[in-house]
Design a protein around this ligand. Structure first.
Ligand code: MN
Length: 730
């Protein structure tokens, strides 16, 4: 599609058709100033430069932005690319327009910074300005959208970098702001440059199916409209929608699906007047078509983090065609299409000031996460990971919804509830079952965080590598920063020493080392070498990024005179008992639990050295141990083992043998008792005994002997149960 040539006349024609009032004189003046300033400049496409700010103003107008934003759109490149100064701009157009233009104006060259750091500093500036006034980011998105529309005219190497930045930074921002059309167009256009072959393939396939699709959507729309006519007057608005190319690509690529298997490739959208009607329409749709199980999503009662609300359901039409139906009110529709910009488009007298707007809390969080780490690139990482277009929604046991980025773990969940919940976390349960702390949260899960009562309980350093959100990371870092200065200095010093040695940098004298590192120490806002060690220790300084430059500096400063052979740095071996078992005198050996007696923490245990399969752990009262312990040929293979002190998050399976008088409801009572204790049951089988009694064998996962015994106690109290025993046989 060729871009139309943008002119001020076309713009004036368009703006006069708007319902809202605009200060046309001010806008035309802004155009004239910009036109004069850019008059000898050209775009890479060969067009006069002014077409770009005009195009940006067109996009801003389509979002319903106000006079000042449109003026700023027209002037957005003047300060960066022409001699015009901010002071002059402020005098000519007022402080607001000047502030908006300043927000999107890149910083001058920053000395000693890498390309990535420059990019991060510029994004940081935009986010900082946005935290004061949301209109800044909206102008930037309009600017980027037009640059993406004309990206094909740029040089090859520029294209990829811009497309990548768009995909990683600006599309997620547009998503978080809820501006769907801009988000999708940015993604599709960036994707076209990042993976042109995949783009073309999907585009071609979609085109092939186009006529068929249009006819299909039309017939479904007609069918629904006819049916809704019976109950609604006026009849709700029904529209069709096709998924974006990048949206399809993600499903094909990520879930390995064929185009035919993507159910929400086509969607029908029904827009009604109020929430009650949404659910009424949903009922009618489920009546007309067969709903597909587990595909219903109620984003009305739990909106997405970007405020999106709708009911989604997937159904099968009479011809076997699967499609998605989205049901929402007009107001929800405006939010879905325009996000934060909906305020300007549909309400009057809105300012862009974002000081106390809770919906933009995430912007302040991004800035805080970055401050915490003293690392400008953190901001890029935060946007990339925390604002990635995929969110998952999970619930606390009380039913509060927590929204997290895809891949977030229970640690992230804990920190999202409250900083203290995170710090005090000792484990987590999902749907009542214990999970490991690297459990990745899926939408709809109910997550219970188990916390320690110990006031001094804190996070573990290893969590930094497990958690996904920068919110959690920065809270963990700041805990270590505050609580553990001595430890941080110790860890940081060791880490620095190790890295320096690895890079053949040998400076032993602390004063000399300080001088060598001085610029970096200052750049991370540290005063002393200890401060710097501490910052490394809590993760505020990432050494791997500094090392290449330090290595260069070292070579420059000391040349070859100081390069002895590298020393091998010994690693401290940690006596970690990953299975919860410590084997006498042997570190790091494979341990498994014997199936004959399935020992639990707390049981008296003994180890048997198997041939090639590590150590097999038995209960001391296991029949196999009792009968074999004194056999001369085996005696040397029994070793003493013990349970690790530390509570492990590992779960153990145990089998119980229950005998009861058979009755209706016995099985249900057993299952209920197990689940009331929130113990996971793997298997339950029942059989009738010759005497009319029933024998039920259940296999459960428990944390230890204690928990199993309390379960056995509860089971014995069930009406008609005769005995409950731990099964010692296979
Ligand atoms: Mn621009």
């Amino acid at each position: 599609m060729e871009e139309p040539v943008y002119t001020i006349d076309a713009f004036i024609e368009k703006i006069t058709k708007e319902d809202k009032k605009y200060d046309l004189d001010k806008i035309v003046h802004a155009y004239e100033v910009a036109n004069e300033l850019h008059k000898n400049q050209f775009r890479d496409s060969g067009e006069p430069y002014i077409t770009h700010p005009l195009a940006v103003a067109f996009i801003a107008l389509s979002l319903g932005m106000d006079t000042d934003t449109i003026c700023a759109a027209l002037l957005h490149d003047t300060v960066e690319d022409t001699p015009y100064t901010l002071e002059e701009l402020s005098k000519d157009f007022g402080a607001d327009v000047a502030m908006l233009v300043d927000g999107v104006t890149k910083l001058g060259k920053i000395p000693m910074a890498t390309k990535e750091e420059q990019q991060a500093e510029n994004i940081r500036k935009i986010i900082l300005a946005t935290s004061e006034d949301i209109r800044v980011i909206l102008i930037k998105l309009c600017d980027r959208l037009h640059n993406m529309r004309t990206l094909k005219y740029r040089k090859d190497e520029k294209r990829r970098a811009t497309a990548l930045e768009t995909m990683n930074i600006y599309a997620p921002l547009a998503h978080r702001l809820g501006i769907r059309p801009i988000k999708e167009e940015l993604e599709d256009r960036a994707f076209q440059f990042l993976d042109p072959y995949a783009y073309e393939e999907i585009d071609k396939q979609m085109l092939l199916q186009k006529d068929e699709r249009v006819a299909l959507i039309d017939s479904i729309k007609q069918k629904i409209t006819d049916r809704l006519k019976q109950d609604f007057d006026p009849v709700p608005y029904v529209d069709g929608r096709v998924k974006s190319i990048y949206g399809i690509y993600k499903k094909v690529y990520r879930d390995g699906k064929d185009l035919d298997q993507i159910y929400d490739k086509y969607a029908v959208r029904i827009i009604v007047n109020n929430v009650t009607e949404c659910y009424a329409v949903l009922g009618i749709i489920h009546d007309m078509f067969s709903p597909i199980p587990n595909r219903f999503k109620d984003y009305i009662s739990t909106p997405k983090s970007n405020m999106y609300q709708s009911l989604h359901t997937t159904v099968i039409g009479s011809e076997g065609i699967i499609f998605e139906v989205q049901i929402r009110t007009w107001e929800m529709h405006h939010t879905a299409e325009y996000g934060v910009a909906a305020h300007w488009k549909y309400k009057e007298g809105i300012t862009g000031r974002t000081k106390n707007d809770a919906r933009l809390e995430w912007i302040r969080k991004i800035l805080e996460a970055q401050k915490e780490s003293d690392d400008v690139e953190e901001i890029v990482r935060t946007i990339k990971t925390d604002l990635a277009p995929e969110d998952v929604f999970a619930y606390t046991p009380r039913g509060d919804m927590i929204s997290l980025p895809l891949g977030a773990t229970v640690i992230d969940f804990a920190y999202a509830i409250h900083t203290q919940v995170g710090h005090k976390m000792t484990g987590a349960k999902v749907e009542g079952k214990m999970v490991s702390i690297d459990h990745q949260i899926k939408t709809g899960e109910i997550v219970e965080i188990i916390t320690s009562k110990d006031e001094n309980h804190g996070p573990s350093r290893s969590w930094l590598k497990i958690c996904k959100t920068n919110e959690a990371k920065s809270k963990i870092r700041s805990w270590f920063k505050k609580e553990k200065r001595e430890e941080n200095i110790f860890e940081g010093r060791n880490e620095l020493r190790r890295e320096l040695k690895r890079n053949l940098i040998h400076i032993d004298d602390e004063k000399e080392l300080y001088e060598f590192l001085e610029t970096d120490i200052k750049r991370h806002n540290c005063e002393t070498l200890d401060d710097f060690y501490a910052a490394i220790g809590y993760g505020g300084v990432t050494l791997s990024k500094l090392m290449p430059r330090l290595k260069q500096n070292y070579q420059k400063k000391y040349g070859a005179q100081k390069s002895p052979t590298p020393e091998i740095v010994p690693f401290k071996s940690s006596r970690k008992a990953s299975n919860g078992i410590i084997v006498d005198g042997i570190d790091d050996c494979a341990v498994k639990f014997a199936k004959c007696c399935t020992p639990l923490p707390g049981d008296d245990v003994i180890g048997f050295i198997t041939k090639g399969h590590g150590i097999s752990v038995h209960k001391k009262d296991c029949v196999n141990y009792q009968t074999q312990k004194d056999l001369p040929e085996l005696v040397s293979r029994w070793v003493s083992v013990s349970w690790a002190e530390e509570r492990s998050t590992t779960y153990f399976s145990a089998t119980l043998d229950i005998v009861a008088h058979d009755r209706i409801g016995l099985m249900a009572d057993i299952v209920n008792t197990v689940s009331m204790l929130r113990i996971q049951m793997h298997e339950a089988t029942g059989r009738e005994l010759k005497n009319g009694n029933a024998n039920v064998i259940v296999t459960v996962s428990v944390a230890g002997k204690e928990q199993l015994e309390s379960l056995m106690l509860k089971l014995r109290k069930i009406d008609s149960v005769i005995s409950v025993d731990r099964s010692n046989k296979q």
